[in-house]
Design a protein around this ligand. Structure first.
Ligand code: AQP
Length: 332
C-alpha cells in the first residue's frame, strides 16, 4: 500500500469542526487504501506559548479525538511526534541543506512573524517547515493530505527531498500533496470569510468537537447569515449561509443542491435547526468515545506507546541512512 502521512497540532483542548471535516473525516476514509501515519505534532506546538501541564493534556485529548473520530490505532499508526526522536534529528540534518532565504520565503512564517513582531518570534517558527519536511520524509511518504495553506510547505519538502537525493544518493521518496477540495474548508460562524481555527480570538464562531451538544446547537442558531432569507449556496454574496451548507453537506453526505431544495421557501431558523440536529448527532458519539478514552489515560498512553514503537522502527531506518550518507560516523 502507498504510504500516507498527516498530523495536527495539539493546540487546544478540543478540535474544531474544520479539523474534523477538513482532516479527520478524510483521514478516516483514506485508512483503507493507504499505510497511514497520523501524528499529534506536539513539537510543532512548542512554537506557541504553552503551559506544560496543559500541553500534555491537549496532546492526549487530540490523540483521543483522532481515535474517537475513527482513526484505528490497530490499522493506522497513530502516535505522538515527540515519542519518535528521529523527527528532531532529521529536522537538524535537513536544516543544513535548507537555504536561509528559502525558509524566509514561507508565507506562514512571514504572516506569523509580522503578527508577533521580531522579539516574540522564535527560531522554531522559522524552522517549522523543516521539521514538517522531516515528519513527512522519515516515513518515505507517498501522499500528504493537507489544506491549501500548507501547499508551500509541501513544495519545500519536495525540494529538500530532491536536493538530498541528488546530493547524497536516492534516500527519500518525494511526496505528493493531496490538496483538500475547496468545499472542505470551514469558516468561522461569526466571521464567515475567516477560516475557522482552534486559536480564533472569539469562541462564538467555533464549533468544538468536545463541546456540550446544546452549546453547539446554540452557536449554530446564532451563526451570521444575511437578509435575503433564501437557503442557497453563493460563497461571494452569502458566505455565512454557504458555510452552513458546506457543513451540512459534509456531515450528512448529501449534495448541497438537495439541501437547498429541502429548505426552499423556508426560513433560516428551520435550516439552522436542521443543521444543529445533523451536527449534534455526528458529534455526540465522537464526544462520548473521546471522553471515555480520556477516562483511562493509562490505556491511551499504552496504545500511543505501542504505535510510537511502530513509527520509530520505520523512522529510525530512514534516519540511519541519512546519517550514513551525510558522512556521520556511525557508533559501533
Ligand atoms: N477551517 C478549516 N477548514 C478545513 N480544514 C481545516 N483544518 C484546520 N482548520 C480548518 C485542517 O485541520 C488540520 C489541522 O492542522 P493544524 O492543527 O496543524 O493547524 P491549522 O491548520 O492551523 O488548524 P487550526 O485549527 O487553525 O489550528 P491553530 O489555531 O492551532 O493554528 C489540517 O489538516 C488543516 O488543513
Amino acid at each position: 500500500k502507498p504510504r500516507l502521512y498527516s498530523g495536527m497540532q495539539p493546540s487546544a483542548d478540543s478540535l474544531q469542526i474544520g479539523n474534523y471535516i477538513g482532516a479527520l473525516m478524510q483521514w478516516r476514509d483514506l485508512q483503507d487504501s493507504y499505510d497511514a501515519y497520523f501524528s499529534v505534532v506536539d513539537l510543532h506546538a512548542l512554537t506557541q506559548p504553552n503551559d506544560p501541564a496543559e500541553l500534555r493534556a491537549k496532546t492526549r485529548r487530540t490523540a483521543a479525538q483522532y481515535i474517537a473520530a475513527g482513526i484505528e490505532p490497530s490499522r493506522s499508526t497513530l502516535y505522538v511526534q515527540s515519542h519518535v526522536s528521529a523527527h528532531s534529528e532529521l529536522a537538524w540534518a535537513l536544516s543544513t541543506i535548507t537555504g536561509f532565504g528559502e525558509a524566509g520565503r514561507m508565507t506562514q512564517f512571514k504572516d506569523k512573524s509580522a503578527r508577533y513582531g521580531a522579539d516574540a518570534t522564535n527560531v522554531g517558527l522559522f524552522t517549522y517547515p523543516v521539521l514538517m519536511a522531516a515528519d513527512i520524509l522519515l516515513y518515505q511518504t507517498d501522499v500528504v493530505p493537507v489544506g491549501d495553506d500548507q501547499k508551500q510547505h509541501i513544495e519545500l519538502t519536495r525540494d529538500l527531498a530532491e536536493r538530498f537525493n541528488s546530493r547524497y544518493g536516492q534516500t527519500f521518496t518525494v511526496p505528493t500533496p493531496v490538496i483538500q477540495r475547496d468545499t472542505a474548508r470551514i469558516y468561522d460562524l461569526q466571521n464567515p470569510t475567516a477560516k475557522m481555527s482552534k486559536s480564533a480570538e472569539s469562541d462564538a464562531g467555533v464549533l468544538w468537537l468536545l463541546d456540550e451538544p446544546a452549546k453547539s446547537a446554540k452557536k449554530i442558531m446564532r451563526a451570521v447569515t444575511d437578509s435575503e432569507g433564501v437557503v442557497r449556496f453563493d460563497r461571494e454574496a452569502k458566505p455565512g449561509v454557504s458555510n452552513l451548507l458546506v457543513i451540512y453537506a459534509a456531515l450528512s453526505g448529501r449534495q448541497i443542491a438537495s439541501i437547498e431544495d429541502e429548505y426552499a421557501g423556508r426560513g433560516y431558523g428551520d435550516f439552522k435547526k436542521g443543521l444543529a440536529e445533523v451536527v449534534v448527532s455526528e458529534f455526540e458519539p465522537v464526544r462520548e468515545r473521546a471522553l471515555a478514552l480520556l477516562d483511562d489515560t493509562a490505556e491511551l498512553d499504552r496504545v500511543l506507546a505501542e504505535n510510537a514503537g511502530r513509527a520509530a522502527s520505520v523512522a529510525n531506518r530512514t534516519l540511519s541512512d541519512v546519517y550514513d550518507r551525510m558522512g556521520l560516523l556511525r557508533r559501533v
